[in-house]
Design a protein around this ligand. Structure first.
Ligand SMILES: Cc1ncc(COP(=O)(O)O)c(C=O)c1O
Length: 440
């Protein structure tokens, strides 16, 4: 497919005069000549300003679990608009949605709303600190929990020489280095390290913030035994276990990753799929902890529980709970993985998949990674090169190999055919170009 981005490029030059990097979020800037401006999204496809149509596996970083412009969710949102917005007062629907969440997620004994995943995780951390009267927290290396200072530490793994410990850096300028000392990092699936860190700092650690399937790190999955042992350690040491389900929630199962693993968080956070893309996030958890909200712990916000988002969430969760949407999502993911494997195997390209079928990472090494450091074993330069051609071929995956591919219930047979055709072209194009090294 000969893709031109003439109109997107022209728009970028105009936008850059008023919007830093020409975009509304740093992550949407893909360079002067490859930044895409969307005209519309329908189902599992996006159309850009130039009329290029893409099968989309980014789904806005996950939210569109039912597909873009879902007729029933949008109709519900329009009904929600009739309620009138936000009032600095509550509406009845807040309870209706909370009741459904509690039914789908047993850990959600009580529920509060916010607008973004960041806000929900930020509130969870504050609440855990208040409940335990401790300040420190544990995070998994490679985990991402939003754009607030306490969670914005990252490990530039691409620079790590495999000797000693990789450095941990603030993800942005403007983050006070003084707050770094509150965070303790552990590698996924290393139970000994987790236990040792907890034993060493137990008197200071308020919570473990964990994504059992790391949605920003290939979908690296916790071993069930690791997660069970982490749960037991939290119980033993009075540490609040916060399961961040911003990406996995209402996606990998009706009850999220907690249902998959048969584990209950003390607090959990949801956002992306709650309202199929309408901004609504959720902080939920144990009643004795949640009851501290308003009794010493601040939580709120002008736009919290907007009538449009709430109505969209009510419909979206109804569909997710009562139809086979999530089974279809997973089935498509399995078929896509099988198709990709066929193409790669035929060319002798060693690879594996990580995560859940509804959000999987494509990894160019034989054995799937068990922690972020393993990402270095993947031939990620090959991934990067393939992703670039895929975009030209009308298949939109994340250019960064650490981000999983997201599936929606709107991905259908034609999406599968188009994707595998594009994938074949992309792989062959990269193989025929001399530069990248491919492990065969
Ligand atoms: C696991 C996780 N937590 C929190 C967030 C932050 O959510 P938001 O971007 O809605 O603020 C994200 C975003 O990708 C996420 O994946």
């Amino acid at each position: 497919m000969a893709r031109t981005l003439t109109k997107s490029n022209a728009h970028w030059h105009k936008a850059n005069r008023r919007l830093p990097l020409g975009v509304a979020s740093n992550f949407r800037y893909w360079g002067e000549d490859r930044t895409i401006y969307v005209k519309e999204g329908r189902g599992a496809r996006l159309t850009d300003l130039d009329g290029n149509v893409y099968v989309d596996y980014r789904l806005g970083y996950g939210p569109s679990i039912l597909g873009y412009a879902h007729p029933e969710v949008d109709a519900a949102a329009r009904e929600g608009m009739k309620v009138g917005g936000v009032f600095a007062l509550s509406t009845e629907r807040e309870l209706a949605v909370a009741e459904r969440i509690a039914r789908m997620v047993p850990a959600a004994e009580m529920v509060r709303y916010s607008n973004s995943g960041t806000e929900a995780v930020m509130a969870a951390l504050r609440l855990a600190r208040a409940y335990t009267q401790k300040d420190d927290y544990l995070i998994l290396e490679g985990g991402y929990h939003g754009l607030f200072d306490a969670a914005m530490w990252y490990t530039p793994m691409e620079n790590w020489s495999r000797q000693g410990e990789p450095e941990v850096k603030p993800y942005s300028e403007g983050i006070p280095v003084g707050i770094r000392s509150y965070a303790h990092f552990v590698q996924a699936n290393d139970l000994n390290a987790l236990e040792a860190t907890i034993q060493k700092h137990a008197d200071r650690i308020a919570c473990l913030l964990i994504e059992p399937i790391m949605g920003n790190c290939l979908g690296i999955a916790a071993d069930p035994e690791y997660l069970r042992a982490a749960r037991a350690l939290c119980d033993r040491y009075g540490i609040v276990m916060i399961i961040d389900e911003v990406k996995t929630g209402f996606r990998v199962a009706r009850g999220g990753v907690q249902e998959l693993y048969g584990i209950k968080a003390d607090l959990c956070t949801f956002a992306k799929c709650v309202g199929n893309g309408y901004p609504l996030s959720v902080l939920a958890g144990r009643e004795d902890i949640m009851r501290k909200l308003g009794k010493g712990v601040a939580h709120g916000g002008t736009f919290t529980a907007h009538s449009v988002s709430l109505a969209a969430a009510e419909k979206c969760l109804d569909i997710l709970e009562n139809t086979d949407a999530l089974e279809r999502v997973a089935r498509f993911g399995e078929r896509l993985k099988a198709g990709i494997t066929q193409i790669l195997n035929a060319r002798g390209i060693v690879h594996s998949f990580v995560g859940h079928a509804s959000m999987f990472g494509l990894y160019f090494d034989e054995r799937p990674p068990r922690n972020y450091r393993d990402w270095k074993n993947s031939d990620y330069h090959f991934y990067d090169a393939v992703a670039r051609v895929l975009h030209d071929e009308g298949v939109l995956c994340e250019p960064d190999s650490r981000e999983p591919w997201f599936i929606s219930a709107a991905h259908d047979e034609s999406c599968l055919t188009d994707t595998l055709k594009g994938f074949t072209t992309a792989v062959d194009t990269v193989l025929n170009a001399a530069a990248p090294s491919v492990k065969a």
